[in-house]
Each structure stands twice: as structure tokens, then as C-alpha cells.
Design a protein around this ligand. Structure first.
Ligand SMILES: C[S@@+](CC[C@H](N)C(=O)[O-])C[C@H]1O[C@@H](n2cnc3c(N)ncnc32)[C@H](O)[C@@H]1O
Length: 299
């Protein structure tokens, strides 16, 4: 597992992960740990200071807030639509605080909240982060407007998401795997999400009145050994098993189609190979206020 955050926080997260049975929260935490390992520079260069008020929307189990709270005394709020994830984040918070790993745990809190109607005052936060949440939304433009509303004038906003066209592997995935991946894509689309949202983020954010400062592509590439490929395969298999009931219920595949593809993919040997994944990161700023539908510059 890559080192997340710093070794002490990492130890708490690792032991928490070991205590979780296979479940959504466990899979999300594993996913977030991997994702976070490519985010160290991003978060450092966001320049969060002790006097910032930070919001992390769609925080999951709270990795970003824990990282920030271990380095600064900024006020940090993490929120997520899932009550279950927020319960876990609060459990991890107790463990981190017990081990005295946070600079001031009273400045960190978690709430259950939907990005499209955030329970926070307007013009409140000075830094807002939204990592891999837009790809799940059916109302991305409303979400962007909420980010604009809760941000104070001068606030900086970081939004990152996937765009499937940026995922490259070699050797090519098998037909069976393509079939299964298509089911996953259809499921996300069927729920109103969008796995090609990366390229659209800046349009949503500027449409809400935020100014686009810059856009980066965060790339991760590696040559995975057979052992790493097996670990990846096991992780994907657990995700697919968990998603199967929803895919069948929504009639995105028949039982026979799903099981045939799954069993055939399971029997495939793994081969060491290349992986490249990239995510789009948009850095925006609130430099104008919205007033009765118009944008007024307050500079
Ligand atoms: C892929 S996870 C990313 C978690 C975290 N941001 C990270 O990067 O580690 C997507 C998260 O978005 C949350 N989410 C999805 N729809 C949401 C919504 N409408 N409002 C708030 N959170 C939402 C999910 O519950 C989940 O925790």
C-alpha cells in the first residue's frame, strides 16, 4: 500500500482498514488511500493556512481533512451524502485524536450533507475541495453554484475528477473485462453520474460565476508486477461483486451475461503491464458575487 499522508496517520488508517470487513466503506478507503498518494503536491501547493476555513465536499472517510488537520490548525469541515461514511470518519477522528496526531481536533468536524444543498452559510469558506464527486452527480451545475455560494470572496476552490478517456493500459484488457467495465460505466450513468466529467469541470465552475485560475492533469503511471496486478484484480473483483446486484436490478446486464464475463475474466492469467491514469484538476477562485442572477465584481 502506498504511504498516505505521513507514516503515523498511515498507521492509524491501515489498522482501521484491517478492522473493516469487506464493505463499501472499506473499498472506498482503499481507493482513497491510493488516490491520495498522488495528491501530496496538490494539497501542499494549495497553501492552506491556520486562518483558513476549509470545506471538503464528498469527503468519504475523511482522508483530505485528516491530512490538513495534521499539518495546520485551520478550521476544517468534511461533508458527505453518506451517513455511513461520515460515521466511519468520526470513528477515525477519535483514533487520530487519541493518538494526538491532529494539531487541534476541535477544529475538525464532519457532517452529512448533499453537495446540491449544503447546510452552510453563504460566503463562509476560504478554501473548498471536491475530489472525485462530480462524476457521481446528476446536477453538476447546481453543485457548482452551491460551491460558489458557500465560498467567500477571494476563496479558492479545487475540483478534481476522472475522465475515462485518460485511462490507458497495456496489454489491452480482454473482451470479458471490457464487458464488465461497460456495465460499471452504464451503472454510473444510469444513476445520473458521468465518467467523462473531467473535461466538463471548468465549464460547470465558470458557469457558476467562479474564475478559472488554472487546470492541471494529474497523471499516475506505473509498470505493475504480476503481484501488483493480482492485488489490483482482487480489488476490482470485490468491486464487481458488490455492484452486480445493482447492475442486474437496473437490467444493465443479464445474470448470464454478467456471470459469463466475470468467470471468464477471473480465469484469465494476469500479465505484468503498463497503467496510466490521469485526472483533471481545476483551480478556481471566487472573484465576483452573484446578485439576482447577475455577476457583480466586488473588487
Ligand atoms: C470516489 S468517492 C471520493 C471520496 C473523497 N472525496 C476522496 O477523494 O477520497 C465519492 C464520494 O462522493 C460522495 N458523494 C456522492 N454524491 C454526493 C452528493 N450528492 N453530495 C455529497 N457527497 C456525495 C460519495 O458518498 C463518496 O464519498
Amino acid at each position: 500500500m502506498p504511504t498516505v499522508i505521513n507514516s503515523q496517520l498511515s498507521a492509524v488508517i491501515d489498522s482501521y482498514l484491517k478492522g473493516l470487513k469487506d464493505s463499501d466503506p472499506k473499498r472506498l478507503l482503499e481507493y482513497s488511500v491510493n488516490l491520495h498518494s498522488a495528491w501530496t503536491d496538490t494539497l501542499n501547493s494549495f497553501g492552506i493556512r491556520d486562518d483558513d476555513i476549509v470545506l471538503d465536499v464528498g469527503t468519504g472517510l475523511g482522508l483530505i481533512p485528516f491530512d490538513i488537520a495534521s499539518k495546520t490548525t485551520a478550521k476544517v469541515v468534511g461533508c458527505d451524502i453518506s451517513t455511513d461514511y461520515i460515521d466511519h470518519a468520526n470513528h477515525i477522528l477519535k483514533k487520530m485524536a487519541g493518538a494526538q496526531l491532529l494539531r487541534d481536533e476541535s477544529r475538525l468536524s464532519f457532517d452529512v450533507a448533499n453537495i446540491t444543498s449544503l447546510p452552510y452559510d453563504s460566503n463562509y469558506f476560504s478554501k473548498v475541495i471536491v475530489r472525485e464527486v462530480f462524476s457521481y452527480l446528476s446536477d453538476p451545475q447546481i453543485a457548482a453554484q452551491e460551491l460558489h455560494r458557500v465560498s467567500k470572496l477571494g476563496a479558492e476552490i479545487l475540483v478534481e475528477d476522472i475522465d475515462d478517456s485518460l485511462y490507458i493500459t497495456y496489454p489491452q484488457p480482454s473482451q470479458a473485462f471490457e464487458t464488465l467495465f461497460n456495465v460499471v460505466k452504464m451503472l454510473q450513468n444510469d444513476k445520473g453520474g458521468d465518467r467523462n466529467v473531467g473535461r466538463k469541470l471548468s465549464t460547470y465552475l465558470s458557469g457558476s460565476g467562479l474564475s478559472i485560475m488554472n487546470i492541471k492533469v494529474i497523471t499516475e503511471s506505473s509498470h505493475l508486477s504480476s503481484d501488483q496486478m493480482w492485488a489490483e484484480k482482487e480489488f476490482i473483483a470485490r468491486q464487481l461483486i458488490a455492484l452486480k446486484p445493482q447492475a442486474l436490478e437496473r437490467e444493465l446486464a443479464s445474470v448470464v451475461e454478467f456471470d459469463t464475463a466475470f468467470n471468464s475474466w477471473l480465469l484469465e492469467d494476469v500479465q505484468p503491464g503498463f497503467r496510466m491514469n490521469a485526472r483533471i484538476l481545476v483551480h478556481a477562485k471566487k472573484s465576483v458575487e452573484r446578485f439576482q442572477g447577475q455577476f457583480l465584481s466586488l473588487n
